[in-house]
Design a protein around this ligand. Sequence first.
Ligand code: SF4
Ligand code: SF4
Length: 186
Amino acid sequence: MAQATTTERFLGWLKTITFYELLVGMKATMSHLIHYKPITLQYPHEKRTLPDNYRGMLALLRYDDGTEKCVGCDLCEAACPSRVIRVVSAEIPGEPTKRYSKEYSMNMTRCLFCGMCVDACPVDALGMTREFEWAVYDKRDLQLNKQQLLAIGDRSFPVREKRLELQHQNVAFFNVAFKHVPQKPN
Ligand code: SF4
Ligand code: SF4
């Protein structure tokens, strides 16, 4: 028993003079130093790979014939928890059953990028792009109008959908305002 105690005391003394606990504590640090791999990206020269479901700057979209998808229904404005969106809708001249957004603006200083406006839109007129480099010196530059939002959509979604009437024939068949009604399939 006395022998064991002497051994333990010797080991304790050895640990003290060799800073054993300190070395154990530094093990993870030393391991990182030896296998050093930088994790800092030198932005803007290096850029991180964005996840597939990244939610960046919002955009307004068009159909493949250039028509704006937005029908001015205001649902995005109602769904937005931060009051980012403002829509002023009007009838399409000569087509009283159809509406469009005469004015559409977004105050992007308030946006949470939650995507609720995109989910609320019944015609998929809104999209979230992968654009994130929108730092500005004047926050008034983040008050985007319809033409700016359409331009973002044009560059971010170059492949556009066909008009809704042409995607779903039943929509066209029952849409009395659509001039070129395709034949309903048998
Ligand atoms: S992403 Fe969210 S906060 Fe931003 S405009 Fe859409 S609903 Fe509003
Ligand atoms: S973007 Fe969609 S939800 Fe918003 S007003 Fe236009 S059609 Fe309606």
